[in-house]
Ligand binder design. Structure first.
Ligand code: HEM
Length: 499
C-alpha cells in the first residue's frame, strides 16, 4: 500500500515493500554478528514450525490455493524480482480467482473475480473490516471514518455523503471554475510538472469542500501544516527527531490546535460556513449529541487526504492519454466548444447542467479511471474465520480485492491495454468497474472528483495544448502510479484553425 490507499508496486517494488514494512511498523536488522546469526537461525526455525502449523493445518479447513513462500518473508522476494502485474496475473492463471500468498508478515488472500470482490466489499462486508497501518491512523487521526465499521462509520458516512451530494456540489461549480481560471494562465508558455500542478488544484478544491467558502484567519496555517503532514504519509514510521515521520507528527499536533480554534470560532458564529465542516457542526443525532472537536478534525483531514492525491493522479493520466491520442483530444475539444458556444449565447458561466452534457469527456474520464486504476487494490481483514467460496479465510488474514486485475481482464474489457473511451458507450457489467470501490466504504467523493476533472478539461481543451517534455513513457509511484517524473509538459495557447 502506498499511503492511505493501495496501489501496485513499482518495479522493482520498493514502495510496495515499504507499504508492508509500514504495515507492520517494523524494520529488518541488517548487521549480522555470529550471535545475531544464530539467533536468526533459531528464529527462522521457530517461525518455520509455527508457519507450517498455521498454514497447513488451520483447524483442518481448506485454505485457498497458492504459495505462502518462505517463513516470514513469504513471497516478498518474488515481488522484488517479478513485474508486479505479472506477479498477480501468473498466480491468477495458476490458482484461479482466489489465491493465498504471504507478503512480509501478512498472510493474504487475493481476489480477482467481480463476484468474490462483491462478497468482500458488499454482501459480507461486516466480516471484512478495513485495515490500515497504525502509523496512518496516527497521522490522519483515529476517529476518521475510514478506520471504522458499524454504527460510528455509518453515522459519519451519512454526514460526508450529505456534503458531497450532487445537489450540494452543483453550487460549487463557479468556485471550482474560479480556481481553474486562476491556474491556467500561470501555466501558459511554461513547462509544468503536471502531477504537482494537479495536486495544487485538487488541494484547493478539497479545502473548499472541507471548510466551505468562508476564509478564516486559520486557513493559511492549515494549508502549510497540512503540507508538512503530507510529507510524512509515505515515510518509514520512525518517530525520531529529524525523520519525516517525526516532523509530520509534530505538524499533526499543531494542526489539531489550529483546527480546534477554527472549530470553536465557527461554533460561536451563527453561520457555520458550509462545507463538510458546516455539516458536521450542525450534526446532532441519536448516536452523538454533538461531534467532538477531535472527531471533526480527524474527518476533515481524512477527507482532504482522500480527495487530494487521488484526483491529481487521475487528472495527470487524463492529460497523458489525451496527449497520446490526438484524435480523441480533438473530439473532446469539439464537444467542449459546443458547450462554450451555448454559454456565450446564454451569457452565463459554466453550470452543473453544462457538465451533465459532456458525454465524450465523461467517457474519457471513465476510461482513464479503468486504464490507470490508480487504486490497484484495497485491504480488508477477516474479523473471524470466514467460509468463502468453498475455502476458509482464517481470522486476521488480509483480503485484497484486486481492482486493477478486474479492470484489465479481457473478458470484461476486450483489448484491455487499449485506451478506448467508446467502450463506455455501453455500461460495463455489474461489479467489473470499481474505480471508487464498492459497498459501505465506497468513495463518497466520486461526483466531486468527476466534476473537478470536467471543469478543468472544459477550459484546458478549448484554450490550450500541451506537449510532453523528455521521456514520454514509463510509470512512477508517488504514491499512486503516475506517468514518469509527474509528466512534465510545455503548455501553449491553442492555435485555432481558420474555418
Ligand atoms: C479520482 C479520485 C478518487 C478516487 C479514484 C477515489 C477512490 C476511492 C476508493 C476506491 C475508495 C474505497 C476504498 C476502500 O474500499 O478501501 C475511496 C474511499 C473514500 N474516498 Fe475516494 N476517491 C477519489 C476522490 C475522492 C474525493 C474527491 C473525496 C472527497 C471529497 C474522497 C473521499 C473518500 C472517503 C472519505 C473515502 C472513505 C469512505 C469510507 O471509508 O466509507 N475521495 N475512494
Amino acid at each position: 500500500m502506498q499511503g492511505f490507499y493501495y496501489s501496485l508496486p513499482a518495479s522493482p517494488p520498493q514502495t510496495f515493500l515499504a507499504t508492508f514494512t509500514t504495515f507492520q511498523d517494523c524494520q529488518v536488522p541488517f548487521l549480522i554478528t555470529p550471535i545475531l546469526f544464530f539467533s536468526l537461525v533459531l528464529l527462522l526455525v521457530v517461525l518455520l514450525l509455527l508457519s507450517i502449523h498455521q498454514w497447513r493445518h488451520p483447524k483442518d479447513k481448506l485454505l485457498p490455493p497458492g504459495s505462502m513462500g518462505w517463513p516470514y518473508i513469504g513471497e516478498t522476494l518474488k515481488l522484488y524480482t517479478e513485474n508486479p502485474n505479472s506477479f498477480f496475473a501468473n498466480r491468477q492463471k495458476r490458482y484461479g480467482d482466489i489465491f493465498k500468498t504471504h507478503i512480509l508478515g501478512c498472510p493474504c488472500v487475493m481476489i480477482s473475480s467481480p463476484e468474490a470482490a462483491r462478497i468482500v466489499l458488499v454482501t459480507k462486508a461486516d466480516l471484512f473490516k478495513p485495515t490500515y497501518p497504525p502509523s496512518k491512523e496516527k497521522m490522519i487521526g483515529p476517529e476518521a471514518l475510514f478506520f471504522h465499521q458499524g454504527a460510528y462509520h455509518s453515522m459519519l458516512k451519512k454526514l460526508v455523503q450529505a456534503s458531497f451530494l450532487p445537489s450540494v456540489i452543483r453550487r460549487s461549480v463557479t468556485e471550482i471554475e474560479q480556481i481553474v481560471l486562476k491556474f491556467l494562465p500561470s501555466w501558459e508558455n511554461t513547462t509544468i510538472n503536471t502531477l504537482q500542478e494537479m495536486k495544487r488544484y485538487a488541494f484547493d478544491v478539497a479545502m473548499i469542500s472541507a471548510f466551505g467558502h468562508k476564509q478564516d484567519l486559520e486557513m493559511k496555517g492549515i494549508k502549510q501544516l497540512y503540507q508538512c503532514l503530507e510529507k510524512g504519509y509515505n515515510s518509514m514510521p520512525l518517530d525520531l527527531p529529524g525523520t519525516p515521520f517525526h516532523k509530520a507528527m509534530k505538524a499533526r499536533k499543531l494542526l489539531n490546535e489550529t483546527l480546534r480554534r477554527l472549530i470553536q470560532n465557527r461554533r460561536e458564529n451563527e453561520k457555520q460556513g458550509g462545507g463538510l465542516l458546516g455539516v458536521m457542526l450542525e450534526a446532532k443525532n441519536q448516536m452523538v449529541d454533538q461531534l467532538s472537536d477531535s472527531q471533526i478534525a480527524d474527518n476533515l483531514i481524512g477527507v482532504i487526504f482522500a480527495a487530494h492525491d487521488t484526483t491529481a493522479s487521475v487528472l495527470t493520466w487524463v492529460l497523458k492519454y489525451l496527449h497520446d491520442n490526438g484524435d480523441i483530444l480533438e473530439a473532446v475539444t469539439r464537444e467542449q466548444e459546443g458547450i462554450q458556444r451555448k454559454i456565450i449565447e446564454a451569457n452565463h458561466r459554466l453550470t452543473w447542467d453544462d457538465t451533465r452534457h459532456m458525454p465524450l469527456t465523461t467517457r474519457v474520464i471513465q476510461e482513464t479511471l479503468r486504464t490507470a486504476s490508480i487504486l490497484s487494490f484495497t485491504f480488508r481483514e477477516a474479523v473471524q474465520d470466514v467460509e468463502f467460496e468453498g475455502y476458509c479465510i482464517p481470522k486476521g488474514w488480509k483480503v485484497l480485492p484486486l481492482f486493477r486485475t478486474i479492470h484489465h481482464c479481457a473478458d470484461f474489457f476486450p483489448q484491455p491495454e487499449k485506451f478506448d473511451p467508446s467502450r463506455f458507450e455501453v455500461p460495463p457489467r455489474p461489479n467489473t468497474f470499481m474505480p471508487f470501490g464498492n459497498g459501505v466504504h465506497s468513495c463518497p467523493g466520486s461526483e466531486l472528483a468527476k466534476l473537478e476533472m470536467l471543469v478543468l478539461l472544459h477550459h484546458l481543451t478549448t484554450s490550450y495544448r500541451w506537449q510532453a517534455v523528455g521521456d514520454k513513457d514509463g510509470i512512477q509511484y508517488g504514491p499512486f502510479p503516475v506517468p514518469k517524473r509527474g509528466l512534465p509538459v510545455k503548455v501553449s495557447p491553442r492555435k485555432i484553425k481558420a474555418a
